[in-house]
Ligand binder design. Structure first.
Ligand SMILES: *Cc1c(COP(=O)(O)O)cnc(C)c1O
Length: 398
């Protein structure tokens, strides 16, 4: 059986690009393999039930990663543990805990706090639509106060367990000053959703965020074929998250752990290449009379949001190369209309208050050639301002 991946200390001497391909894999040569072993076991045989009992007790008491071989797949998995080690190294945190999806990861963070009686959350809009919904609906017994960054200190209560922000935010790409917000949080942990920026562009832990959340489904996986979530944080918070994950079962499938670790190896290259293309497209959109506003983050990145003068639905119907679909962070470009899809679950008033207008489109720029992408956008924008003309010729059937 494969020995579990050791928790390796951060390597400040190594650049992110090096860590992306080596972190979590240092023991492979010693194992005599090159590719990461994929362990699909749900259970692990052991003739030493006294020893297992002691190790289970240790997990129940501390929440530390199991010492020695795994016991059961909901507790720990060696392939997923490699992904966790690698992501923690990229984010510069002590630990990371992986989940079945970004929403499972956020759920675990909320439950970890409310288990300590800290049921109140302070949050800044906009957030990803389902994150907004989870907080607004209070489904997990939490209560939310929405505020702007300047109002965070005043919104705090004795039972505030978490402050939640996204930067750049989904879908408007609004940015907040993490360092200033972390200061306003005092001793309350700041959770920063770093899905859009990725550790390639921003490492929120360095700015004081205690909890860094990812929908790994997006850039970390990077190919639109794996759902996952992960929280990078200090070991103390990670221990609470491992307890919640064990109790509630939102575990990442080992194959997803494998694919996410593989995705990390190309993350810096993908993000930098797509960001360079996005910067060109953002500049062209800003100069285009059919576009009324372009939202492109100060820190850059591969996401663009823009408001159109005409019909946003015609743009969605008009693209031929770009995939009209929700989600983001894939090797191919995707476009969607947040008010219809990603943020549909947020009430219309809250949505507009969060800056998500009805003419806003969100574009996730992939790795296609910039001129091919521009040609496609140009054609779709033409359709958006000429509703009286027949839309671009439909793709041939079949
Ligand atoms: C997609 C997304 C989520 C939710 O992640 P899933 O993997 O879809 O559960 C959370 N935050 C942000 C910013 C997202 O884009």
């Amino acid at each position: 059986m494969e020995t579990r991946a050791a928790v390796t200390p951060p390597r400040p001497d190594r650049a992110l690009a090096t860590e992306a391909v080596h972190a979590g894999r240092e023991d492979l040569a010693g194992l005599g393999v090159h590719a990461v072993p994929l362990d699909l076991s749900t259970t692990y045989p052991s003739s030493d039930s006294r020893g297992e009992a002691a190790r289970l007790d240790a997990f129940a008491t501390t929440g530390a990663r199991l010492d020695g071989p795994p016991v059961y797949g909901r507790l720990d998995n060696p392939t997923t543990a490699r992904f966790e080690t690698a992501l923690a190294r990229l984010e510069g945190t002590e630990a990371a805990v992986a989940f079945a999806s970004g929403m499972a990861a956020l759920t675990a963070c909320l439950l970890a706090r409310s288990a300590d009686g800290l049921r109140h959350v302070v949050a800044v809009r906009p957030l990803y639509g389902c994150s907004d919904h989870l907080l607004t609906a209070g489904l997990l017994g939490t209560e939310v106060t929405w505020t702007d960054p300047a109002g965070i200190e005043d919104a705090m209560r004795p039972d505030t367990g978490l402050v939640v922000v996204e930067t750049p935010a989904n879908p408007t790409l609004a940015e907040v000053d993490l360092r200033a917000i972390a200061h306003s949080c005092g001793t309350v942990p700041l959770l920063a959703d770093n899905t859009f920026a990725t550790p390639v562009l921003q490492r929120p832990a360095e700015s004081g965020a205690r909890v860094v959340l990812h929908s790994a489904t997006k850039y970390l996986g990077g190919h639109g074929d794996v759902l996952g979530g992960v929280v990078a944080c200090d070991e103390e918070f990670a221990r609470r998250l491992r307890h919640v994950r064990f109790a509630t079962g939102g575990v990442l499938h080992p194959l997803a752990g494998y694919l996410l670790l593989r995705g990390l190896s190309t993350l810096p290259v993908r993000v930098r290449a797509a960001s360079a293309t996005a910067a060109v497209l953002a500049a062209r959109l800003a100069d285009d009379p059919r576009v009324t506003a372009v939202h492109y983050p100060r820190i850059g990145g591969a996401m663009i949001a823009f408001d159109v003068a005409g019909d946003p639905h015609a743009v969605i119907g008009g693209v031929r190369l770009i995939t009209p679909a929700v989600s983001l962070g894939s090797v191919d470009s995707l476009i969607q209309h947040p008010a219809s899809i990603s943020h549909r679950i947020v009430g219309a008033d809250d949505r507009r208050r969060g800056g998500v207008g009805d003419r806003l489109l969100r574009l996730s720029v992939g790795l296609e050639d910039v001129e091919d992408l521009w040609q496609d956008l140009d054609g779709a924008l033409a359709a958006s301002v000429a509703p009286e003309l027949p839309a671009r010729a439909a793709a041939p059937a079949g």
